[in-house]
Design a protein around this ligand. Structure first.
Ligand code: NIG
Ligand code: ZN
Length: 412
């Protein structure tokens, strides 16, 4: 399939030689071409330029983009999109005064979702997840990470990962999978966390790895969940199976998880709502991408990751949704980008960089995704006619997306 997009008002994130990630001041730059065209062939970006240098092609479908912006599809590097049912009762409980932690202590939260998921057939889980995936693709997401972590038994964790794999086979979107068996301590192990750690290390990890169901390993390193020592044990064990760490840290407390994750060469550290100066220092000069999840802060009314401070300290930053039934029942990257500008004081350029090339880095995809670069995946968002790209986060409640192309296929 060949597509030729012409008369593009502004083509965003154009990088002849794409960097793997952008840090600090680099994030302020968003290279663009005005009055541009892009030619897509066989699922890839073949070429692009300005209209005064339009090349001659044959056998393509033309798409006139007059007045419209074109940018790389969003790269959402942190999601829990495969889950069963919802948790709207806990949403109401929080409105009535309970905290997220109090709900978890009463048997709600992650273990509540795990119970639902264990009782749901693989087919039904696939159908529910596919509906969510179709929605987020139409909202411009072209690459996605999906975690397990609502199974909490070997079989249910593997069921989640099989569903994620099947989604990646059935849909054009690129999906990366992460094993998050260490998401919460299951009720039957409440008094025996070490027993659950043994199960994770001795049974779950080897089976997930044997079936090739995950590339990354994650753990919720937080008071009341898993300690830094637990994390170190799991990551060491994961290393034996070439599982790369991407971890949940510093959501409610700073307990040393970042420093340890960096030592273990984590690809990303995610959440970061509570950051000390030492945490920021630990990330400097590392290859670990800090990932902020502003929709989670919005939904739980907790602090936002100090994105402004991190970028000003010279760090890179990625933005992701955290799409899940408990803390973020939304997979809308447009809202994430807008909220990062509004609440974290990122400029539109920084937010777009964080949600494209840096998001791609946080799932090991920045050589193929996240920028308009020859040879990269033909993953594009075509906006409605808008005055400037800053209008995207400015018009935060409106859907400004006209069309979405993923791996060369028009999905909206
Ligand atoms: N914080 C840990 N895990 C998820 C939420 C899980 C849930 O509440 O179901 C998150 O990233 O926000
Ligand atoms: Zn998460």
């Amino acid at each position: 399939m060949k597509l030729l997009l012409t008369n593009i008002k502004e083509l965003l994130q154009v990088r002849e030689n794409s960097p793997l990630k952008l840090s600090g001041k680099e994030m302020k730059g968003l290279p663009t071409l005005k009055n541009a065209w892009v030619f897509l062939n066989n699922g890839k970006i073949e070429d692009y330029g300005t209209m005064d240098n339009l090349k001659e092609y044959e056998g393509f479908k033309p798409l006139d983009c007059s007045g419209k912006m074109v940018l790389p599809a969003w790269c959402d590097s942190h999601s829990h999109l495969v889950y069963a049912g919802n948790r709207e009762q806990e949403f109401v409980d929080r409105i009535n005064g309970l905290t997220y932690q109090e709900i978890a202590e009463k048997g709600g939260g992650i273990v509540n979702s795990a119970k639902k998921l264990q009782e749901t057939s693989e087919e039904e889980l696939y159908n529910q997840s596919a509906t969510r995936l179709e929605e987020i693709m139409s909202l411009g997401t072209g690459a996605l990470e999906i975690k397990s972590g609502y199974g909490l038994t070997t079989e249910a964790e593997m069921k989640m990962l099989r569903v994620a794999k099947k989604l990646s086979e059935k849909y054009p979107i690129t999906i990366k999978t992460t094993f998050l068996g260490a998401h919460a301590i299951p009720t039957e192990y409440k008094e025996n966390k070490d027993g659950y750690m043994d199960l994770l290390c001795n049974e779950m990890l080897p089976k997930v790895a044997e079936k090739g169901l995950a590339e990354y390993v994650d753990i919720f390193c937080e008071e009341g969940y898993f300690s830094v020592a637990d994390m170190e044990r799991l990551l060491e064990e994961g290393k034996k199976y070439n599982l790369i760490p991407k971890v949940h840290v510093n959501q409610f407390n700073s307990i040393g998880g970042i420093e340890s994750a960096v030592k273990h060469k984590a690809l990303s550290v995610d959440h970061l709502e509570v950051m000390t100066d030492e945490d920021i220092d630990a990330l400097k000069n590392s290859d670990t991408m800090p990932v902020a999840l502003p929709s989670c802060s919005y939904f739980l009314s907790i602090p936002y990751a100090p994105g402004r401070k991190m970028i000003d300290a010279g760090l890179p930053l990625a933005l992701a949704t955290d799409y899940n039934p408990g803390s973020t029942p939304s997979g809308n990257m447009n809202f994430v980008v807008a909220t990062a500008c509004i609440k974290m004081r990122l400029t539109p350029e920084e937010a777009i960089n964080a949600a494209t090339i840096n998001g791609a880095y946080a799932m090991g995809l920045s050589d193929t995704h996240g920028s308009i670069t020859k040879g990269k995946a033909a993953n594009l968002i075509i906006t409605k006619p808008i005055p400037s790209y800053g209008y995207l986060p400015y018009a935060f409640g409106s859907n400004m997306i006209d069309a979405v192309i993923i791996n060369g296929k028009e999905v909206k």
